[in-house]
Design a binder for this molecule. Sequence first.
Ligand SMILES: NC(=O)c1ccc[n+]([C@@H]2O[C@H](COP(=O)([O-])OP(=O)(O)OC[C@H]3O[C@@H](n4cnc5c(N)ncnc54)[C@H](O)[C@@H]3O)[C@@H](O)[C@H]2O)c1
Length: 388
Amino acid sequence: MMKLSNRIHSIDRTPIYFGNDALVKIDPFIRTLQTFHHAMIRGGQDAAGPPVGPAIFILVDPDTRKHCLPLLLQHSDVMAGAKVMEIEGGEQSKSIAKAEKLWNELLLAGAGRNSLLVNLGGGVVSDLGGFVAAGYQRGISYLNIPTTLIGQADAAIGGKTGVNLGHIKNQVGFFYAPKAVFVFPGFLNTLPEEQLRSGLAEVIKSALISDAALWRKILKHPVGALLKMPVDRGLWVNLIASTIKFKNKVVVQDYRERKLRKALNFGHTIGHALEGYSQTGHGEPLLHGDAVAAGMVCAAWLSHRKTGLSSEDLNAIRTYIGEGFPPFPVNRLSSPDIMEIMMHDKKNRNGQFQFTLISKPGHPLINIYCNHEEIFEALTTLSGWGLR
Ligand SMILES: NC(=O)c1ccc[n+]([C@@H]2O[C@H](COP(=O)([O-])OP(=O)(O)OC[C@H]3O[C@@H](n4cnc5c(N)ncnc54)[C@H](O)[C@@H]3O)[C@@H](O)[C@H]2O)c1
């Protein structure tokens, strides 16, 4: 059992409980939190007392209701009387309309300032749930219990919450940290293989920007072989723990993404645009990690052009990702549309595109400007990538 303690700033503290016994840590944590809440109410001006409705709300989607909620309730007496709120699965649930629906549900159920929202799901549930918690009555407490690899390795950690505006990813949101994160790798046993692959992209990203030795270790295991390995022990637990530790370290040092945290955007500048583009009726919508994987191929190409990434490292990245992830058909017709989406990305200022690139694995460089031609060329390298 590993406990990562994350002191974001002097008054905010987000512990991360990781391991096969993470679920048994939930009840003691909530009991402490509730005692704290009640003490706050008794001692403060708000004499409203405990919430009128249920104190705890659990946000799920249909898959996590089926696969994860029973196990959670088995380990938690405290959550026995919780109200379960369900959203549809998938990226389209990350919307203002869905947040408004949930705010109304909380209101109707009598949720108060001392209510607790528990996000049980992947990145969609934690991004939306965190957003809802941040907005409801100017902020209620929430916990993240991530159930996908993307959630466990990335999305549940770091306090970034948000929803999409149309096809522009995460355009509206808050930095609003959960009270704690409970990472139980066993939840990943029911995750479909393509979702595991999608999460692997974030693990690869983390290795490429932080840990050359970890990247070399990943290279020894082709994606297909990795996906067949047991996910709640051995190499996988090692990969997830390393990724969490690195993300946690970055978030503690740069919570508001002024500098260091931008390194985590490796592959995301183009990846988010590809993900958004794929949701506008052009083929099958891309999974987040598959889009990031394609984005990393482009970022590696830009790194080769601009920041000295060697041809060997570029080829290793292209081959590993190309053989393990689905190809994305970018052509001369789609590239301008993808660039148009990139223009709206909040990270690109004044028509300039800022990238995180690497000079070699483990060495990220932030705020590297790339021009239209370079990006266009990077996008077109995807056409010759992988299986096609
Ligand atoms: N806030 C952040 O820092 C951050 C970081 C990375 C990604 N994200 C966001 O995360 C989202 C992607 O997250 P995701 O890939 O987890 O998507 P997701 O939440 O949509 O989950 C993927 C699918 O897996 C299903 N699922 C979840 N847990 C399961 C389980 N244990 N067994 C079986 N099925 C299960 C879900 O129902 C869903 O259909 C994107 O919106 C992305 O922008 C946020």
